[in-house]
Design a protein around this ligand. Sequence first.
Ligand SMILES: Nc1ncnc2c1ncn2[C@@H]1O[C@H](COP(=O)(O)OP(=O)(O)OP(=O)(O)O)[C@@H](O)[C@H]1O
Ligand SMILES: [Mg+2]
Ligand SMILES: [Zn+2]
Length: 230
Amino acid sequence: SSLQVGILDVDLCGPSIPRMFRVQDNDVHQCDSGWVPVFVDQDKSISLMSIGFLLERPDDAVVWRGPKKNALIKQFVADVAWGDLDFLIVDTPPGTSDEHISTVEALRPYKPLGAILVTTPQAVSVGDVRRELTFCKKTGLRVLGIVENMSGFVCPHCSECTNIFSKGGGEELAKHAGVPFLGCVPLDPQLSQSLEEGRDFIQEFPKSSAFPALAHITQQILDGTSQQSS
Ligand SMILES: Nc1ncnc2c1ncn2[C@@H]1O[C@H](COP(=O)(O)OP(=O)(O)OP(=O)(O)O)[C@@H](O)[C@H]1O
Ligand SMILES: [Mg+2]
Ligand SMILES: [Zn+2]
């Protein structure tokens, strides 16, 4: 029972998703219905679009002004041959800037399910997410929930958990804001290795500490959105 999932990387200045899937050397092509996204798996169940596929040097976008970013993000939503998707996941850079405003506007006609906010346990990051919560409220975007990433480190030798960046900031913020807390993801060397090398985390590291955490969060999201989309 595989779902069709599109991933749209709107981190125009630092597109990292192509590398995480080890498809950074792919090109996108034009067809009648627009740009063809890059499929990252053999089953063609995950398709990806990123500025990383379009620019010679992705750093070029660092100097772009708002209108240019806005135009590209609109194209990424409307002019990509996404096909029939069950979900479109949009990864934004941190913050509440041009990319976020453009994304919300471009997606509005499609009635997006909502936003997932990711924080680390420290106060600074929690502050960023607090501003992102305000952004969602002002733009009328539902908050599906908050995830606390880098929450504790499980020692691979003795399995003891150390809270390197403290713990609980994300859950506290969720409670305070009255939005769901989706779960914690521990710091996991196998996860970072997997992302660095573009390996298939689910296939290769089912025993790692981040695996059950990510599975739990995914289920929470699916549970929370199934009532809404059906
Ligand atoms: N739970 C984790 N365990 C181990 N490494 C992680 C974990 N979460 C993230 N990382 C590593 O840190 C890097 C940056 O994390 P992430 O992509 O989540 O950051 P970000 O907030 O999206 O920042 P940006 O998009 O600005 O780079 C990842 O590429 C990954 O290698
Ligand atoms: Mg990112
Ligand atoms: Zn130990």
